[in-house]
Structure formats: C-alpha cells, structure tokens
Design a protein around this ligand. Structure first.
Ligand code: ATP
Ligand code: MG
Length: 299
C-alpha cells in the first residue's frame, strides 16, 4: 500500500508517454488524508501519443477524480503526473474537456460558445481581436465536421441534446488541444444519437490524432472507441484491469455486432460484475480492496 516514489528524473518523463501517472493517490482534503481515506489509490497509467483510453467503473469509484488530476485541477497527495514530459503543477492549457451536461452558455450562439476558449486561453486570447475572422472560420469548419453547418447562429436551447454535445466537443477542441478529456459526454443521450457521436469522435480523433481519455459507464462505447480500456475498482478507485482493444481501425458500427466485440464487452462486464457482487449479496460489506487488485500499468 505504499506509494513507491518514482526514481526517474523529470527529464526522462518525455520518454514515449504523453500522459504518465506514477503511483498517484488523492485524498480530497487534509482531514481525509490524515484518516487515510483516498478517492483514488496508487493509480499508474501511461498513454502513448495519439492513444485513446477509456476508463470504466462503478459510480463513485473515482473516475472524475482521475480527470481532475489529469487536467491539473487537483494535485496528487502522493505520486506524480507528467503530461507531454512536464510535471503537472496547475490547470493544463493543452487539454480540452467536455462533460455529461454540455454546459453551453445559453446567451451565446453555437459559434460564440465554440469560440469561448479562444477568448480565454493564451496565446489565443491576446490575438483574439486581430484574428477573429480566422478563428471564426476555424470554428465553422469544426462545426461543419460534426454536422452542425447551418447551426452556427442558433442558441443552445434551439439545438437537440445531441447537437449540444457536438457543439460542446467542438468547444473542447477549438484550441487544438493535444489531450481531450471526456467525462460521460454521451451519457444523457439516446442510444442512436450516442452511436452517431461515437462515429463523430472516432473521425475527429483519426483526423487530428489527439489523445483522448474517456470516462464512461457504457462498456460498448469504451470498446468501440478506445485502444485501451481500464477498469477501476469501486471506491477508493484503483485500476484493476487493463484491456488492449485490438479491433482493426477504422471501426464501423457493424463491428459492435461481431462475436469478437461482444466477447470483449462480456469480459469487461465480468470484471465490473465481480466487484459489484459483494454489494448485491450483502449490504454490510463496505471494504473496497479487492484481493484481485493488480493495478496493472501499461506495458
Ligand atoms: N470535492 C470532493 N470532496 C470530497 N470528496 C469528494 C469530492 N469529490 C468527489 N469526492 C469523493 O471521491 C470519490 C470519487 O468521486 P468521483 O466523482 O471521482 O466518482 P466517479 O467515479 O466520477 O462517479 P460517477 O460515475 O458517479 O460520476 C467519491 O467517494 C466522492 O464522494
Ligand atoms: Mg464522475
């Protein structure tokens, strides 16, 4: 249960990994730390450039906590995080985020919502007035690539839920981040819209090759989109299982009906089911440490 300190110097962090979590633990405050109550425990996870990773796990296990750590919104209580070879010490500019609720500003048009990060994040902020036309063209191109041409001047309340999520993904990508963090981005959508958006995300990522960390409850979604799926244990979150998804790319929705695909989904469901079992059989069990915890890191 100790947090093995990394012996690698900072300079080595630029190695082959774009995101590198090394034995990361987080307690949300000093009191919880003193009690040894961690939201996530001993997380080691590495992403290579361009890799698409999905994290699945039961509600409350620490998935959003992991995202807060990845973007620098929270600092680890123990362990280290490197992104693009640099230690993460504060909020990251090279990341974009989208959540379950689109959180578009209702008083801004779709175009103005997508432009928002460029008005806030440097170096775009200081160039915004001079380059406004160029930035607008970029936003229009991005919106068109997700099927929202013609909706630039509509307000969020004039868009469907799926359209709002498309716009919110465009907003997360407008400053061309190297790392896209998606926390249940399609959770509130119907199954058909969700599958359409899987394809939208697949195509954007294939075209621009950014890294993605996707948090989802949907195992099919994780297998369809990701190169690697990590299963997190129930709280306190540990990475219990790592599964490479070797399905050939580009992946079409048809692949989701193949035995190969459903076998992987079943396998992942087995891991989630195994950790849910004690809670179903006995409500008294609150211990979270599974004896099968392996916390496998990427090879
Ligand atoms: N700001 C906070 N202060 C204290 N504890 C927190 C805070 N935010 C989250 N937690 C706790 O950390 C644990 C992990 O929460 P987290 O939001 O990361 O779970 P999650 O896996 O994203 O859940 P869900 O699937 O429901 O979104 C939970 O026990 C939660 O109560
Ligand atoms: Mg969450």
């Amino acid at each position: 249960m100790d947090s093995t300190p990394s012996t690698l110097p900072t300079a080595d962090a630029s190695g082959p990994y774009f995101v590198d979590f090394r034995h990361v633990w987080l307690a949300y405050n000093e009191a919880l730390l003193a009690e040894g109550k961690f939201a996530v425990e001993d997380i080691s996870l590495q992403l290579r450039r361009g890799e698409f990773v999905a994290i699945v796990g039961p509600s409350g296990c620490g998935k959003s906590t992991f995202m807060k750590l990845a973007t620098g919104l929270k600092k680890p209580s123990r362990g280290e995080i490197f992104v693009a070879g640099q230690p993460v010490t504060g909020p990251l500019k090279i990341s974009g985020m989208a959540f379950q609720a689109s959180s578009l500003l209702p008083w801004r048009t779709t175009l103005a919502n997508v432009l928002l990060p460029l008005e806030i994040v440097e170096p775009f902020r200081s160039q915004f007035k001079a380059k406004k036309r160029e930035f607008e063209d970029r936003a229009r191109t991005l919106l068109a690539s997700v099927g929202l041409a013609g909706y630039e001047d509509k307000f969020p309340w004039q868009l469907s839920g799926g359209m709002q999520q498309r716009a919110s993904i465009c907003r997360a990508l407008i400053h061309e981040p190297q790392l896209l963090l998606l926390d249940e981005p399609f959770g509130a959508l119907d199954a058909f819209t969700r599958e359409e958006l899987w394809c939208t995300l697949r195509d954007l990522q294939a075209a621009k090759q950014f890294n993605v960390i996707l948090v989802t409850h949907d195992l099919r979604e994780s297998v369809f989109l990701a190169d690697t799926v990590y299963v997190m244990s129930k709280s306190p979150g540990r990475l219990l299982h790592q599964r490479r998804i070797e399905l050939a790319r580009p992946r079409d929705l048809e692949v989701t009906y193949t035995p190969e695909f459903t076998d992987i989904v079943h396998e992942l469901r087995g891991h989630i089911g195994a950790m849910r079992q004690p809670a179903i059989n006995s409500n008294s069990s609150s211990s979270s440490s599974s004896s099968t915890s392996t916390n496998k890191a990427a090879a």
